[in-house]
Write a protein that binds this ligand. Structure first.
Ligand code: C5P
Length: 306
């Protein structure tokens, strides 16, 4: 089947656990993380561009302000990698319709890169397996393989080695957004600074967390959420502590900085119960926006052809 273009829908994520080991000589940290894909999506359109147009990138959507459209964008790098690796026509037009917060610790940039990989595979009929796509994805960034797989998965290594995890039920989230993003390397650096001189053990997945997921027990999951980068994110952005307090006061089952932040993810019992917390956060003056989402949801997949 030959098409002019494809639209790939890709989810954002929260880290239910993020355990960070010591800094390795390659500049990365060994991590053990549990990802959940949630229902905030970017739609990535990949089309053939006009002759000699090269790789072009455009953006729209609620969270697209300030997103670069040049080769610094990870989605552009993903297209370049595929074009070079598979000797494809350079003329690829990519459009990102963004809903996932930018630099928010929710893998928005990684989602767009994952969407480009899946979109180019479909458009050029490369027939790559999910495993092959995830290996290419890992060259682009630590979170990109999970954006392809979606669902709930354990990430090891840099977070890029993905193993699907057993889970039951649907989990409901209230996400407190910040006006300004945080840089992932800066948060990891701050984590190292705060832990200087401490013995850091090998990161391991939490038994209670995995049990809670297997049982579909959101109360137990709320208690088991953990993130070793949270102290660092709060140190760089002290207002995050106030945001976390609002969650405690308004009945969240648990609250956590997502990844390297600054988005704070609150687990709530069900979508109805999230209203109080949504109103309280909006009124608190310490967040720039509040959105609701649920998970797990699927990873990057083609939703329409053009
Ligand atoms: O892999 P990615 O490009 O997303 O990583 C961005 C930065 O985050 C890295 O350059 C590194 O500073 C930090 N990082 C890390 N350990 C990881 C993942 C990311 O130190 N496991």
């Amino acid at each position: 089947m030959s098409t002019n273009g494809v639209v790939v829908r890709v989810p954002g994520k929260v880290n239910l656990q993020l355990a960070v080991g010591p800094l390795d000589p390659d500049g990365y940290h060994e991590v053990t993380t549990v990802f959940q894909a949630i229902s905030l999506f970017d739609d990535v359109t990949v089309k053939y561009g006009p002759p000699n147009s090269g790789i072009s990138l455009s953006v729209s959507g609620a969270t697209s302000a300030g997103v670069p459209t040049d080769e610094s964008n990870l989605a552009y790098k993903a297209a370049k990698l595929m074009v070079t690796k598979y000797g494809l026509s350079e003329d690829v037009a990519i459009h990102l319709k963004k809903e996932i917060p930018v630099a928010g610790g929710m893998a928005g940039g990684s989602a767009d890169a994952a969407g480009v990989l899946v979109g180019i595979d479909a458009l050029f009929e490369l027939g790559l397996s999910r495993d092959e796509l995830e290996i290419i994805a890992a060259q682009l960034g630590s979170d990109v393989p999970f954006s392809i797989s979606g669902g709930i998965a354990i990430g090891t290594g840099r977070g890029d080695q993905i193993t699907p995890a057993l889970s039951r039920g649907t989990y409901h989230w209230v996400l407190a957004l910040a006006g300004q993003g945080l840089s992932t390397p800066a948060v990891y650096n701050e984590c190292d600074r705060l832990r200087e001189g401490l013995a850091i053990s090998k990161p391991q997945v939490g038994d209670e967390l995995m049990q809670a997921l297997r049982a579909g027990d959101s109360i137990a999951l709320g208690k088991a959420l953990s993130n070793d980068l949270q102290a660092a994110a709060c140190s760089l952005r002290p207002a995050l502590r106030l945001v976390l307090d609002v969650g405690k006061d308004y009945g969240a089952l648990g609250g956590i900085v997502s990844g390297s932040g600054p988005t704070v993810a609150f687990l709530v019992e069900d979508d109805d119960k999230s209203l109080d917390l949504t109103v309280a956060l909006s009124a608190s003056g310490v967040v720039s926006g509040v959105v609701r989402a649920s998970g797990p949801v699927h990873g990057a997949r083609v939703v329409s052809t053009l």
